[in-house]
Design a binder for this molecule. Structure first.
Ligand code: GN1
Ligand code: MG
Length: 353
C-alpha cells in the first residue's frame, strides 16, 4: 500500500462481525488495515469502487462547506500500483487513514448522542442526494425482504443443521409477519419510495465523533448501495433505541426507548426532513420495525443454516440474538402509534419553521 513511513506495528481492533480490522502504525502516521470478508462481499473490487466514488463525492462536499475532507470523510489508501485493494492469493486487504482524535460510542446513552447520530446520517444522505451514478449491489438484496424470504424458504427446506424442529415458535414469528413486510417492500419495488445512496449499517459505532461529541465522519462504507433511505433510519433505530444488548439473554432488559427514538428522529430530520418525499416521511417510523424484523429473520436463518454468516461466540449465539431482536421488535410494535405521532410532530415543526 502507498502508506507514508515504515510500518512499525499492527494491532487488532476487535469488534465487527464480518471483517478483521487492525491499526497499522508507521513512523509517520496511523492507518486502518482491514481483511475484507470475501465470502460476504464476493466482489471486493466492486465494493471498493463504490467506496472510492462515494468518498470522492463526499470530500468535494465537505471541502465546499469549508470542512476538512481528511477528517470528515474516510480516505482510501490505494496500493503502490494504484489498486483500491490487495489480493494476496487468499485474502483481500484494504487500507484507509486512521482519523486521529476520534472516538466511537457503543450506546446512545445521552439525548445528544442520539441526536448527533441522526444528524450524522442525515448529513451523509443529504451530501449524497445529488450522487447520481449507479452503485454496485455489493450484497445481493441486502435489505430486500423478498430476497431474504427466498433465502429463508431455502434454509427451511434444506434444514442443514437440523435445527428447524427446535425453533418452530420462532419460525412462526417470521411467518406471521411475512405479508406485511412484503407489502412494505412492494412500495420500493413500485418506485413509491425512491432509491437513494444508503449506508446500510447505521449503528452508532459506525460514526466517529470528535472530543466534543460533534460528528466527524461516517465509517464502514462496505455496504454503501442504492436502496430506500428508510433502511438507514430503521437500522439506526434498531441499534440506538435498544435498552438491552443485541444479544441480550435477559429479555426483560430489551425494549425500545421512545425518547432515544425521538432524539434520533429530531437529529435526522433536521438534516433530511425537507428533502424527503411525503411517502418517505409516512413510512419512516415503520422502517424501524421493518429492519428489526429483517434482523430477527437473518439471525434465525443463520442459526437454522448452522451459523455460516455471522461470527458467533457460542453455539446458541444466533438464536439468542434472534430472540433478543424479536423482543425489541415487539416493543416497537407496541409503541408504533407513538412513533408515528413523534415523526408527525417533528415534520410539522420543520414545515412551520
Ligand atoms: C453486521 O459486521 P457489522 O457489525 O458491521 C451486518 C449488519 C448487521 C449487523 C448486526 C455486511 O454488521 O447488516 O445488521 O452485523 N453486516 C453485514 O449487528 O451483513
Ligand atoms: Mg458493517
Amino acid at each position: 500500500f502507498a502508506i507514508e513511513g515504515k510500518a512499525l506495528d499492527i494491532k487488532s481492533l476487535g469488534a465487527g462481525f464480518i471483517n478483521d480490522s487492525y491499526i497499522l502504525t508507521t513512523d509517520s502516521r496511523r492507518y486502518i488495515l482491514q481483511r475484507k470478508n470475501h465470502h460476504i462481499f464476493p466482489d471486493v473490487g466492486a465494493m471498493m469502487n463504490n467506496i472510492a466514488r462515494v468518498t470522492a463525492h463526499l470530500k468535494l462536499k465537505v471541502a465546499a462547506e469549508g470542512g476538512d475532507p481528511e477528517r470528515e470523510v474516510l480516505t482510501v489508501i490505494p496500493t503502490k500500483e494504484g489498486e483500491l485493494y490487495y489480493h494476496d492469493g487468499e485474502n483481500f486487504w484494504a487500507v484507509s487513514l486512521f482519523i486521529e482524535g476520534s472516538v466511537t460510542h457503543d450506546k446512545a446513552n445521552t439525548p445528544r448522542l442520539a441526536y448527533m447520530g441522526g444528524y450524522g446520517i442525515g448529513r451523509f444522505q443529504a451530501m449524497l442526494a445529488d450522487f447520481d451514478e449507479p452503485l454496485a449491489e455489493v450484497i445481493q438484496g441486502f435489505h430486500n425482504i423478498r430476497w431474504r424470504f427466498e433465502q429463508w424458504d431455502k434454509a427451511l427446506s434444506e434444514d442443514r443443521a437440523e435445527r428447524k424442529a427446535s425453533v418452530a415458535e420462532e419460525i412462526e414469528w417470521i411467518e406471521s409477519r411475512r405479508r406485511a413486510m412484503l407489502d412494505f417492500w412492494a412500495m420500493v419495488e413500485r418506485g413509491e419510495l425512491p432509491m437513494r445512496v444508503t449506508h446500510n449499517d447505521t449503528k452508532l459505532s459506525n460514526i466517529l465523533f470528535d472530543e466534543n461529541d460533534e460528528v466527524l465522519c461516517v465509517i464502514d462504507l462496505d455496504t454503501v448501495m442504492s436502496s430506500t433511505s428508510l433502511n438507514d433510519f430503521g437500522d439506526a433505530i434498531r441499534s440506538y433505541t435498544n435498552m438491552g444488548a443485541e444479544d441480550d439473554k435477559e429479555l426483560s432488559r430489551v425494549a425500545m426507548n421512545i425518547d432515544t427514538f425521538r432524539h434520533y428522529a429530531e437529529g435526522y430530520l433536521a438534516k433530511r426532513g425537507s428533502t424527503m418525499t411525503q411517502s418517505e416521511r409516512e413510512w419512516l417510523a415503520f422502517s424501524g420495525i421493518y429492519i428489526t424484523f429483517e434482523q430477527v429473520l437473518r439471525f434465525l436463518m443463520d442459526y437454522i443454516d448452522g451459523d455460516t454468516y455471522y461470527k458467533t461466540a457460542y453455539p446458541e449465539h444466533n438464536l439468542v440474538r434472534a430472540r433478543a431482536q424479536y423482543r425489541l421488535l415487539q416493543s416497537m410494535e407496541e409503541q408504533y402509534p407513538e412513533m408515528q405521532q413523534i415523526i408527525k410532530r417533528i415534520v410539522d415543526k420543520i414545515n412551520m419553521g
